[in-house]
Design a protein around this ligand. Structure first.
Ligand SMILES: Nc1ncnc2c1ncn2[C@@H]1O[C@H](COP(=O)(O)OP(=O)(O)O)[C@@H](O)[C@H]1O
Ligand SMILES: [Mg+2]
Length: 258
């Protein structure tokens, strides 16, 4: 059976006169219900990779397949329709529309898809806001919510079309550690309840170590791709430790608690 999502020999080059070769011969496969992270230093190509996985950007060469369908052959309109049905997105700066309520923000991907909100989608949006713990604020403007609440609304919004895949770019990068832990826990619960595949770009070792699989990118190349279950908690920390922020704190914390 075809993979849920796969990249074959992907290259991405920015610029014409001065060329930046950002992604180099990337091959990656994702399956249903995987909970995974992409890690790497700033500028290594994580966001570029996520944007190509999510068909928000096109590769310079190579193929992107979703359930066996070659997305690189679709025109922009067909691609947008496919993306909106199959994928949900969560960004570091949530991109909620400030003049709309939390409920309206959750319905936006549905409006893009269908033009108007059907009653059952409004019911679903309310259920999703309940599920992410902000239902009592559903009629508030998004700007009246805390950062953590806004990110919960963004998660509900990502779920409105029941996507098979959620792509998240530094989803907790702008949150305090307690909100980050809650948002991370919520993503995991959704992964288990709905069997949604998660691909989470993160700088945070706490998140990466809790994922089932870690993909590491360095200078536009995949240098590691492994299931965290293959290693002990300490090995995971030590493996992640040299490159990333928060590692010291985490490692010390881990050593103290063991
Ligand atoms: N639109 C663009 N045009 C030119 N260079 C870009 C563009 N987007 C990203 N880059 C470059 O590609 C490299 C990888 O960027 P990015 O994927 O954002 O890395 P990361 O998310 O890991 O920090 C960086 O050197 C960045 O400057
Ligand atoms: Mg980035």
């Amino acid at each position: 059976m075809a993979n849920l999502l796969s990249l074959v020999d992907i290259n991405k080059i920015y610029g014409k006169k001065v060329q930046t070769h950002v992604l180099k011969n990337i091959n990656l496969e994702y399956e249903k219900a995987e909970f995974t992270s992409i890690i790497g230093q700033s500028g290594s190509g994580k966001s570029t990779l996520l944007n190509i996985l999510g068909s928000l950007d096109r590769p310079t060469s190579g193929r992107v397949y979703a359930e066996g369908k070659d997305l690189t052959t679709l025109n922009d309109d067909a691609l947008a329709i496919f993306r909106n049905q199959m994928m949900g997105f969560i960004f570091q700066f949530h991109y909620l529309l400030p003049e709309f309520s939390a409920l309206e923000n959750v319905l936006i991907p549905h409006w893009l898809d269908r033009g108007s909100a059907q009653a059952e989608k409004v019911t679903l949006a309310k259920e999703l806001l309940e599920r992410v713990g902000v239902s009592e604020r559903m009629n508030n403007r998004s700007t009246d919510l805390s950062g953590g609440q806004q990110q919960r609304v963004a998660i509900a919004r990502a779920l409105i079309n029941r996507p098979k895949i959620i792509l998240a770019d530094e989803p907790t990068g702008n949150l305090d550690s307690e909100s980050a832990t809650q948002v991370n826990g919520l993503m995991r619960e959704i992964n288990q309840e709905f069997k949604t595949t998660f691909i989470i770009v993160t700088h945070d070792n706490h998140i990466a170590a809790q994922c089932d699989r870690v993909v590491e990118i360095k200078d536009g190349m995949i240098v590691q791709d492994y299931p965290t279950a293959e290693k002990t908690k300490q090995e995971n920390w030590e493996n992640l430790a040299p490159c990333y922020c928060l590692q010291k704190e985490g490692l010390v914390e881990w050593k103290q608690s063991n």
